[in-house]
Ligand binder design. Sequence first.
Ligand code: SAM
Ligand code: TMP
Ligand code: ZN
Length: 407
Amino acid sequence: MSTCRVCDGDVVEFLDLGRQPLSDHFQSEPGLPGEFLYRLAVGVCEACTMVQLMEEVPREKMFHEDYPYYSSGSSVMQKHFEGTARRFLQTELTGQDPFIVEIGSNDGVLLRTIHEAGVRHLGFEPSGKVADVARASGLRVRGDFFEEANAIEVHRSEGFADVIYGANTICHIPYLKSVFRGVDALLAPDGVFVFEDPYLGDILEKRSFDQIYDEHFFFFTARSVQAAAARFGFELIDVERLPVHGGEVRYTIARGGARRPSEALARLIAEEDARGLSDLHRLRRFVAEINDIRDNLVGLLRRLKDEGKTVVAYGATAKSATVTNFCGIGPDLVAWVCDTTPAKQGRLTPGMHIPIRPPDAFAAEPADYALLFAWNHAEEIMAKEQEFRRAGGQWILYVPEVHVAGA
Ligand code: SAM
Ligand code: TMP
Ligand code: ZN
């Protein structure tokens, strides 16, 4: 049992994925001292239904100078954020001297479009090198974690924000109370707080247990976000399902009573209630499904090894740390992983120490099978790696179940 980070209720554990390394910690050689481990376990709050990790990893261990995730690494995500920025420009940032604050602005993938439109902006980004990439293209980025004290300071010096936005970041922040208090200090009376994160409904449906890792502290639903917002004087007014990153929901929050809740919100809440998304017996079924995936995946990889097939992987994602460490998949089963991120290349995956190589190795040394860790980018990757299939290579996927693509 632990205490809910939103409402102080009791959190009941339903899943234990064991001791895990940091999902974005890529060592340069094996055996270096100090690979940090924590217990990756998930529970649900009996009072407010918020699904959350049982144990918190200190934020500085995850988000620091060398944080290796660059949002612009996917062209699909670049388009997604350009579209999102354009929508804000047309709908919310239309007054005199509008102002948008982004929480977790990373390499500037969203704020670039805002800046080009000449609109006032500020990114909060504690990870040094990714923030520097954004600054190099002229963006205003504050190298801090967003929390109450910093938000109050920004309000003092820059006034109210019309939009506060966070993509794939709010679910990373266990101190959600401080975030809401910060939003309360900084958001204009008629402004909106908008965030998008992996959706528990998609995770259960796709059995994408690899969305569970140190950085993903909360697994939101419309119901749990609605309850959280209400505790801080806000109101969830709209939801939008997004196809990115394996299925997300974009939540739009306004000050209580300021805007009318949408039909889409009522529909999603009804759907969640019908599916029993946060019921313990539903969550326990998910646990049984995860164990099956592990057994089937390891079984397939062992069989391919016995048959003398070569197997590599594609995408050294943070998600794959959970898969490899929970299933016990090391270089004996997957020879290496290819990834486009220079900061990951030449290094080893967390915990299981599979070597990471650049994508030209994928073309130069064709494997029989490629395990697609970056399955959320499947369309983009399969489109650019058509030669792999033409040469007889086959993709292995493990969500919603273990299968060989096209087989
Ligand atoms: N928004 C980008 C996207 O969707 O691609 C980046 C997402 S990345 C997974 C999460 C980012 O949030 C990291 O760059 C991290 O440094 C940043 N971050 C973590 N905690 C934060 C906080 N409290 N305030 C602001 N940024 C934070
Ligand atoms: P993500 O699932 O957290 O977005 O991480 C995707 C990882 O996959 C990231 O390390 C970059 C890598 N990647 C490739 O290697 N090739 C690609 O085409 C794409 C889209 C991502
Ligand atoms: Zn709670």
